[in-house]
Design a protein around this ligand. Structure first.
Ligand SMILES: [Zn+2]
Length: 168
């Protein structure tokens, strides 16, 4: 599952495949039984008009998503679109990426998991339950204070992790 982005893009090759969710180390806690969840990936690589390396396509995740609000898990299918520009950290030349999302990585082969894990993390809703009724039904036993503090504590750390990764 190693690919070399610029070679892949120059050849306009696609990458499709299925990856076990357990391979995404930062996504483990988001799913109940991550070893049973799977991630279907379909990505096109190409050089755009501005000679940037682009990766575009979609990811579909099937699994038991843990609701970070009530901590129940819910069978969920997530479809996440990806449209990013890949930049090599070693390339000094300034590349104007405009409004594009950017993934920075070392030049050379990279595991497909590392290319899509950030987008997956950002695409996962923290509240898996689709209605408040579902969610609140099971939080009756948890005091208001506990559920509030859980919300306050869990999310900022999560987002901080994402921010740090983005700024890397
Ligand atoms: Zn819930």
């Amino acid at each position: 599952m190693l690919i070399t982005p610029h070679l892949q893009a120059r050849a306009e090759r696609s990458w499709t495949g299925s990856i076990a969710l357990s391979e995404f180390t930062r996504l483990q806690s988001e799913f109940q039984q991550p070893e049973k969840a799977k991630v279907d990936v379909s990505l096109d690589f190409f050089m755009d008009d501005e000679r940037r390396i682009r990766m575009k396509g979609g990811i579909k995740v099937d699994g038991d998503l843990v609701c970070q609000r009530c901590l129940n898990s819910l069978k969920t299918t997530l479809e996440i679109e990806i449209d990013v520009c890949i930049l090599y950290t070693s390339v000094r030349k300034r590349i104007d990426t405009g409004d594009l999302d950017v993934i920075e990585c070392e030049k050379g082969p990279i595991h497909i998991v590392n290319l899509i894990e950030d987008d997956l993390l950002l695409g996962i809703p923290w509240k898996a339950c689709t209605t408040d009724a579902e969610c609140l039904e099971d939080t009756k036993n948890i005091s208001e204070f506990q559920s509030e503090s859980k919300v306050g504590i869990t999310r900022p750390f999560k987002d901080l992790g994402k921010l740090l990764l983005k700024g890397k």
